[in-house]
Ligand binder design. Structure first.
Ligand SMILES: [Zn+2]
Length: 417
């Protein structure tokens, strides 16, 4: 089994390299935006988007022209890599199985920049903490950990004035066997980040909420400054730095949480939320105004803030690494269904937080009940056979990564055999 792994380090280029790096980043951004604009125009005209090799053909053409001669200064192949990334972004955008799919967006300097990817021609000297980049030479990076595997490519990117070196490696590993034998269901809450089927809760980082007021203050100050003046630029850089800080804190929380869960449970069941749908505005149109616009916008911000789509992506690949698996189930009605007597009723959900079954009296925190239902649905999904209802099963057999596992009940998976 091949395992790809990414590493990120802080790159510390000497000031004499900055002009070249920034120019290369600019060239990559230019190519991304120009090809994106061409493709969007084609989509608008109901034409198919350009193939990767067609985009490369345009890049070659531009490099030969006088008008875009500056592209010749960019590291060779990095522009093709940008075209490749754009082709993949379009492919993902039209892939129905991908969570969080969206049409690629334009890159802005200093914000969501396209990085410079070097597929070859680089060299890594770990003991001396330097990387050799084509057309640049040896550049220092801060090695915070050792890498394992063969280096496939390196990428240099820039966020809020800082440069990052991303290294992707590949190595052959034995198909892993998950160390744990338990299964857990996760219900995503808004007040808590998540509720688990074993009754535990995970509090969210709410990194945005904590920084909301400082951020709003900075933005008000920006609005009072003269656009594009030196002070305006300074203020805008401050905002970008704070936003980058918020994003980094959130990503750190998501990684720690998904790693912990993935190490403790062989099967993780999650709600198959279409985050993009949930976060669509409820503003409506002038003819049919949306309802509960204020409440919904608060919920939307909480959802986006907590990064559920990214969390699910991390759980999926981390479970794959550990030899466990993740199952996504339809979320409809998980908050109204009694896990004990299997009756569903809207009346079971008395408030946002409490669940009391009107039929059998089963009571628990509503988010915990949701998580239990998510897990039960996942088990039912895996064990389903025609003519037999999931609840008739005391146990079932399923196949994971080519190995056969026996799953005996909600809380215990028996060993892989
Ligand atoms: Zn009940």
């Amino acid at each position: 089994m091949k395992r790809l792994q990414g590493y990120q380090f802080k790159l510390e280029p000497k000031s004499k390299y900055l002009a070249h790096l920034n120019q290369a980043l600019g060239a990559n951004r230019f190519v991304w935006n120009k090809l994106l604009a061409m493709n969007l125009a084609r989509l608008a005209n109901k034409q198919p988007i350009l193939w990767y090799y067609e985009m490369c053909w345009f890049i070659t053409l531009w490099k030969q022209s006088e008008e875009y001669a500056f592209l010749r200064e960019a590291p060779s192949q990095s522009l093709q890599q940008t075209a490749k990334a754009l082709a993949r972004a379009f492919k993902d955008a039209f892939d129905k199985t991908q969570p969080n799919k969206h049409i690629p967006v334009f890159k802005k300097a200093g914000k969501n920049e396209a990085g410079i990817r070097y597929p070859q021609g680089f060299a890594l000297d770990e003991p001396n903490q330097v990387v050799q980049l084509p057309k640049l030479g040896w550049v220092k990076y801060r090695r915070s950990r050792h890498i394992t595997g063969t280096v496939k490519n390196v990428t240099v990117s820039r966020t809020a004035g800082h440069y990052t070196l991303s290294i992707q490696t590949e190595r052959e590993v034995e198909p892993p066997v998950h160390p744990a034998q338990s299964a857990v269901g996760i219900g995503l809450g808004v007040k808590n980040f998540a509720a688990l089927s074993d009754g535990k809760f995970i509090a969210g980082p709410n990194s945005f909420k904590r920084h909301q007021q400082p951020l709003a203050k900075l933005q008000r100050q920006l609005a009072r400054k003269q656009k594009f003046s030196a002070n305006w630029q300074k203020q805008r850089a401050k905002i970008t730095r704070l936003q980058a800080h918020i994003a980094a804190a959130r990503l750190d929380f998501l990684h720690k949480t998904s790693t912990r869960l993935s190490k403790s449970h062989a099967m993780i069941a999650v709600e198959d939320l279409k985050v993009a749908n949930m976060t669509q505005s409820s503003r409506g149109t002038r003819e049919a105004p949306g309802q509960q616009v204020r409440q919904k916008s608060g919920l939307n911000r909480a959802i986006l803030d907590q990064g559920w789509g990214e969390f699910r992506r991390q759980l999926e690949y981390k479970q794959h690494w550990q030899g466990g698996w993740m199952v996504a189930v339809p979320p409809q009605g998980t908050s109204q269904h009694c896990p004990d007597c299997k009756q569903s009723s809207r009346a079971n959900r008395q408030t946002q937080a409490t669940f009391v079954c009107v039929n059998c009296g089963y009571a628990d925190h509503a988010d915990t009940v949701g998580a239990i239902n998510v897990l039960d649905r996942a088990i039912a999904l895996l064990s389903w056979k025609p003519k037999q209802k999931p609840q008739d099963f005391a146990g079932f057999v399923c196949e994971v990564n080519g190995a056969v596992s026996a799953v005996s009940s909600r809380n215990q998976l028996s060993a892989v055999f």
